[in-house]
Design a protein around this ligand. Structure first.
Ligand code: FAD
Length: 411
């Protein structure tokens, strides 16, 4: 996304760009596989928040035919009870009081209102620039009860951060909270990969070279793994994680060790057999698990909101497990089925296991004290962009891509 954003802005300004992509399609961590039966499997459950300033700048939302999840969630509490929260961040009093919700005290609900008002005072960039602690400490200092934290914040924002410990920096929490309050969580009708595809489609033919892995970069010379050598006026590394260092042997990067580790997640897809009743209640809500030790952290029925995610008459079930679970695919699938049996009943036994995606470097860790952005200019005519040089979000990938393009245009 960062590389495509950079290429988009450069192309719009009339510059010639070449995008070298190692994989067989654009998108990086935003990919969707279409199965022979017609299921669209995003490689990991992921949504676009419509209020992301950078997304609004660059995407044509209308053409993406965005499908919104309802604001809210069905939360399965640690004791097995379920509670439904509609619009918990937009209408906290109504949401948490609904059906005498067992989540949180009245004070907890009022505190959500207070946080809604607090984040409304700032722009997204101002929130990201705020002094930070870890999110758990921030929530405790704000005064929320442990019950509220464990049954709402941990499953909801732990799912966003892929970090149930809530160790992620609080400035990023405040930013994400604001984005959820202001906008919707959506997927393009035909899968998340439509986002990078839209950007790639606007570039002139031949701009993106797929299946083209860069082996190293020396000055303005780019050496491809296939032996080919290219020369460019400027080179932008829009790669993930520790890849920049591998491409620049012998060069110290200016982050002073600021890049931390990665958050991992595993996405397991199931499908209902043809003709069986739909397992969801067609309510388009995320299901979150507040149980501290179970493996199913959230369950989503993408075709409830975006019908093209599943062929007619079948339902797709996406189950996310965050962190290291140490299980084989077969054991994880069996354990998830056992857990989901308690959620949805014996129909789970008939669900077909479609595919499992373990995603090791899903998100960069982003801890309190980490800079909102590392230097994007590495040397003369050499730049980097992507969430790994900023904070873990599509917004950061798109923003850093644009910023590098602007720096290049100002050269
Ligand atoms: C499961 C999951 C859920 C997520 N959920 C959300 C969410 O709900 N909301 C949100 O905002 N963000 C979410 N994210 C984060 C978001 O997807 C990323 O922040 C964003 O896609 C990062 O884009 P990027 O361009 O920085 O990096 P990447 O997508 O990692 O792109 C790097 C690219 O570089 C290519 N590459 C690497 N090495 C080479 C080489 N040597 N030569 C050529 N090409 C190379 C890779 O193939 C890849 O295409 C999620 C991520 C995952 C994995």
């Amino acid at each position: 996304m960062a590389g495509l954003a950079c290429a988009t802005w450069l192309h719009r300004a009339g510059r010639q760009v070449l995008v070298l992509e190692a994989a067989d399609a654009v998108g990086g961590r935003v990919r969707t596989d279409l199965t022979p039966e017609g299921f669209r499997l995003d490689r990991g459950f992921q949504v676009l928040l419509t209020e992301y300033p950078e997304a609004r700048r660059i995407f044509d939302y209308g053409a993406l035919d965005l499908k919104a999840f309802k604001s809210g969630a069905v939360i399965r509490l640690a004791d097995g009870r379920e509670t439904t929260l509609q619009n918990p961040l937009q209408r906290p009093l109504a949401a948490f009081s609904a059906l005498a919700s067992p989540i949180g005290t009245l004070t907890d609900k009022l505190r959500i209102l207070s946080l809604v008002r607090h984040v409304a005072k700032y722009s997204p960039d101002e929130l990201l620039a705020r002094p930070a602690t870890d999110t758990l400490t921030f929530l405790r200092r704000y005064g929320w009860s442990e019950t509220m934290i464990d049954s709402f914040f941990r499953p909801f924002f732990g799912g966003v951060f892929l970090d149930r410990s809530l160790g992620t920096a609080s400035n990023f929490f405040e930013f994400v909270f604001q984005q959820f309050v202001r906008g919707a969580a959506v997927v393009p009708a035909r899968g998340m990969q439509q986002l990078p595809e839209q950007l790639a489609a606007r570039l002139p033919a031949g701009t993106v070279r797929l299946n083209t892995r860069v082996a190293r970069v020396e000055g303005q010379i780019v050496q491809l793994e296939n032996g080919e050598t290219l020369t460019a006026a400027a080179v932008v590394l829009a790669v993930d994680g520790s890849v920049p260092a591998a491409l620049l042997p012998g060069r110290a990067l200016p982050e002073n060790g600021a890049i931390a580790g990665a958050r991992r997640t595993t996405c397991t897809y199931f499908a209902t057999p043809a003709g069986s009743p739909a397992p969801g209640h067609r309510n388009g809500l995320l299901r979150l698990n507040a149980h501290p030790t179970q493996l199913a952290h959230n369950v989503v029925f993408p075709a409830e909101v975006a019908p093209a995610y599943a062929p007619a008459g079948r339902q797709l079930i996406s189950v996310s497990t965050h962190g290291e679970h140490g299980l084989t695919e077969a054991d994880l699938t069996r354990r998830l089925r056992e857990e989901l049996l308690a959620w949805f009943g014996p129909q789970v036994l008939a669900w077909e296991h479609l595919r499992t995606y373990p995603i090791v470097n899903a998100l960069p860790e982003y801890a309190a004290g980490q800079p909102v952005q590392l230097p994007l200019r590495l040397a003369d005519n050499l730049y980097r962009c992507g969430d790994w040089s900023s904070y873990p979000s599509l917004n950061a990938a798109l923003a850093t891509g644009r910023q590098v393009a602007e720096e290049l245009l100002n050269c």
